[in-house]
Design a protein around this ligand. Structure first.
Ligand SMILES: [Zn+2]
Length: 177
């Protein structure tokens, strides 16, 4: 049984939640270079990850990309606050980083600026791994997320990642062209 989503602000303290952070990090596989950091734990029917935490003695569920932002940016994430995958559109990407040229996942309050930066920095060749996810149906998105997580569960495997991203729904256009 899956616990309810957290409704309190999500705070991740590097000291208080050290064991939880270690459990989180162990489920994320970082691609090389600027590639996504992929969640390999549980994935819900919406295609987003699920991570269990305990707050005030109660088990709560959070989406891992939101957890990554709270942890890596050191900011509380309010209930209902929109967190966006600005670079990659990949729902299970957890690449949060305070450095704008590194992070993929950001609070939407910072999104417009970062999107402008991202579009300026795109000159150096096409990123094959940036795919449009938002146009997928919910079952298609969940299928692609689960396939992608499975592709890297034993470590980064570019051939498998490519196969998932390029062959699930081949009619898809890349996000940026
Ligand atoms: Zn990403």
């Amino acid at each position: 049984m899956v616990a309810a989503f957290i409704t309190e602000p999500l705070v991740v303290d590097p000291v208080v939640h050290a064991a939880e952070i270690a459990r989180f990090v162990a489920k994320v596989v970082e691609g090389p270079g600027e590639y996504c950091a992929i969640w390999t734990g549980a994935i819900g029917d919406d295609g987003y990850g699920r991570f269990s935490i305990t707050r005030e003695g109660r088990e709560r569920t959070v989406k891992p990309h939101r957890y990554a932002v709270a942890y890596r940016l050191g900011v509380p994430i309010e209930f209902g606050e929109v967190i966006e995958h600005i670079v990659c559109d990949n729902p299970i990407c957890c690449r949060a980083d305070p450095e704008p040229s590194v992070g993929h996942v950001w609070p939407s309050t910072q999104a417009d600026n970062l999107r402008r930066m991202a579009s300026r920095g795109r000159g150096g060749g096409r990123r094959w791994w940036v795919r449009r996810w938002s146009g997928l149906s919910r079952p298609e998105r969940a299928e692609r997320s689960r396939a992608l997580a499975a592709a890297v569960r034993d470590g980064w495997d570019e051939a498998r990642v490519r196969r998932v991203l390029m062959t699930i729904d081949p009619a898809q256009l890349p996000l940026f062209d």
